[in-house]
Every structure is written in structure tokens, then in C-alpha cells.
Design a protein around this ligand. Structure first.
Ligand code: SF4
Length: 357
């Protein structure tokens, strides 16, 4: 089973960001940690499954710095964490990296996910990021020096004024840093963000151009030896994110913190996006049953490995044949999986298939 801990603090708000986070404040961090450890103790008493992945996401969990040791110690004391557990920390390269990563190492973190986002300082500044390209380079260098051998870099595409050429520059920058893993997300303009207010003047590439960027990136990374194992994720060797695979494979996970979602014993539930309510001790909200066949198909089709066709009704199979004929998917050996073109249209393809259930 996986454990997700949401750390809802940031030292600023990026122009595109819709994640739940509040401005950093030491006093609030202390009360939050107390509340999070309270939940860890409560859930630790109820769950007797081994935990083999832990993911600290946010917000900016690296801001916890020396608190990381306290927080993860509480997890080890209250859950049965396997000795080979994958323990990931999302890191903002803008911050005091040497100290943070040293504390992360002490706390048992063994996978670092660095929010690089771009290899161009102008793009980073437009995004409202607090870091520069040099900060990303420095973070990777320090992580390697401290012995981290599983590093993931985040990248964004479809940025204002971007093109395949600018994307190639960012990809080259990331590849040169030799990460084990790259997560690449298409910019989505979410309501209530700074970008939403500025959307008319942002000079965003249109859908066709964004698709060109995505397809270019997939081919480029595959040619550089990365395996495109999920719509937005690429890895070398066996470094696919074990934690995120649980989401896509409909495995159980517990999410603690405001906005964190869980799937446990067939039920989905989440904590509302309300830091103060979480600190006060409000319970998670039920979100219905999960893990049925249609949900499994929806999630698993995101993976390169796809799904076995014997679980599909006859009409859905006919649609799969059509998608394969149009090179949006591969249908062979009783298996159905999306091609890169199909991944771009995954939502439509998945809902077409699910209509037949
Ligand atoms: S650092 Fe991450 S969570 Fe915080 S505002 Fe920026 S994108 Fe959002």
C-alpha cells in the first residue's frame, strides 16, 4: 500500500498553480505537523498492510527541511514500512538545497522529484517560479553528491511563446543532467490562477502546436533511451515511479493532509482543501466506491502496457479495432494500448470505450 503526505506550504504562488497550498509560516507549519502526526498515529493503528511507497508532495514539501526527520520517524513508528520502500520527496530547487537534501537523506528519502519545469530562465520567470536553470543544475549536483541515485525532473510543455525548438532546448538541458526519470505535463490554464486572468494575452500555443510539442517530446526522449511508460512519464531502467503506479493500477493508497485523496478497502475518500479544518481534526469525506472495471480501464489505459482485451465487451473491442486502424492504439496478443497519438486523445478514447459498458 502507498502513503501520500500533502505538505500545503509554498514560499510564493506560481502563475499557473492550482494545487492546494498556503504561504509558508513557521507557526502554521508546527501546528500542521502536529495535526499530520496525529492522523499518522490514528491511521497507523487502523492499517496493518505493509507500506512500500511514501510520497511527500505539495505545495513544497522540501520546505519542511529538518522537520522531515520528525515526520518520517512518525511514519516508521506507526506503519509497517518495508525496508525497500520507495520514499519520494518533491523538491523546489529555489531553496536551501544542501541542508534540505541532507535532512531528507537522514529521514530515509531515496527518490527526489525536482520541479525543474523548464531549462529557460525567461520561461521560468513567466511561470512565476522562484528558481533559475542554474538552481536546477545545482540541486541535481548536490543530490548526486549526497548519494541520491533516483532523481526525477518535472518539465512543462505548451508554455506561453513556446515552440518545439524551445522545448528541445529544455529537453537537452534536462537530459544533460542525466536524470533517471522525467515527468512532463502540458500546461493547463486553471481557474483562479494568475494565468487564467492573463489568458488572452499569454500567447499560448494552440492545440495543434501543443500536440506537436508532445509528440516531438515523446519521440525525442524515446530516442535518448527513456521508456515512455505513462502518458506524462518517462524513465530509464526500472525507475518508473512505484508510488504513482499504484494510482494507475488501482492499488490501495492512503493520502493525508488537506486535498489528499485515498483509496482503501474499495472506498475513496479525501480531506477537503482546508488547512485550518485539517488542523482542527475534521474527518475525511467519503467519495464513493472505487476500483470497478471501468475505473481500472480509465486508469490503466494511461500506461504504455495497456489492458488485456478479454475484460472488454464485444462492442468496446470493435471500437478498439477502429482506434488501432487509425494508429491511435496497438491491438495485438489480446492487449490494447495507446500509441503516442492515442495518448494525446486518451480522454476521448477512454470515454468511447467506457460507453460500451
Ligand atoms: S511551488 Fe508547486 S505547489 Fe507551490 S505554487 Fe509553485 S507549482 Fe504550486
Amino acid at each position: 500500500m502507498g502513503l501520500y503526505l500533502h505538505i500545503p506550504f509554498c514560499n510564493g504562488k506560481c502563475a499557473y498553480c492550482d494545487f492546494y497550498s498556503a504561504f509558508t509560516n513557521e507557526e502554521l507549519i508546527d501546528s500542521y505537523l502536529t495535526a499530520l502526526i496525529r492522523e499518522i498515529k490514528q491511521w497507523g493503528g487502523k492499517i496493518n498492510r505493509p507500506i512500500d511507497t511514501i510520497y511527500l508532495g505539495g505545495g513544497t514539501p522540501s520546505l519542511l527541511n529538518y522537520h522531515l526527520v520528525t515526520l518520517l520517524s512518525a511514519v516508521y513508528e506507526n506503519f509497517s514500512v518495508t525496508t525497500d520502500a520507495e520514499i519520494t520527496l518533491e523538491v523546489n530547487p529555489a531553496d536551501n538545497i544542501y541542508e534540505i537534501l541532507s535532512n531528507a537523506k537522514k529521514a530515509g528519502v531515496n527518490r527526489i522529484s525536482i520541479g525543474a519545469q523548464s531549462g529557460d530562465d525567461t520561461e521560468l520567470s513567466v511561470l512565476g517560479r522562484r528558481h533559475t536553470k542554474a538552481d536546477t543544475e545545482n540541486a541535481v549536483k548536490i543530490a548526486r553528491k549526497l548519494g541520491f541515485n533516483n532523481i526525477s525532473l518535472d518539465l512543462m510543455l505548451g508554455l506561453p511563446d513556446s515552440s518545439c525548438k524551445s522545448l528541445k532546448n529544455s529537453l537537452d538541458f534536462l537530459i544533460k543532467l542525466n536524470p533517471e526519470h522525467i515527468s512532463a505535463y502540458i500546461l493547463k490554464i486553471e481557474e483562479k490562477t494568475k494565468f487564467y486572468k492573463q489568458r488572452e494575452t499569454l500567447n499560448l500555443p494552440d492545440d495543434d502546436k501543443v500536440s506537436d510539442q508532445y509528440l516531438f517530446m515523446c519521440e525525442y526522449l524515446e530516442n535518448k533511451g527513456f521508456c515512455h511508460y505513462e502518458i506524462s512519464n518517462f524513465c530509464k531502467g526500472n525507475t518508473a515511479s512505484r508510488h504513482n503506479l499504484k494510482y494507475w493500477k488501482c492499488k490501495e493508497y492512503l493520502g493525508l493532509g488537506p486535498s489528499a485523496h485515498s483509496f482503501f478497502e474499495g472506498k475513496r475518500f479525501y480531506y477537503p482543501r482546508d488547512l485550518k479544518a485539517f488542523i482542527k481534526g475534521n474527518s475525511p469525506i467519503a467519495d464513493g466506491d472505487g476500483g470497478d472495471l471501468s475505473e481500472q480501464i480509465m486508469l490503466t489505459l494511461r500506461l504504455k502496457d495497456g489492458i488485456k482485451t478479454d475484460i472488454l465487451p464485444q462492442n468496446a473491442l470493435k471500437k478498439c479495432e477502429l482506434f488501432a486502424k487509425n494508429k491511435l492504439a496497438i491491438l495485438e496478443n489480446n492487449n490494447f494500448s495507446l500509441t503516442n497519438d492515442g495518448m494525446l486523445l486518451s480522454n476521448t478514447i477512454i470515454s468511447e470505450i467506457l460507453e460500451e459498458f
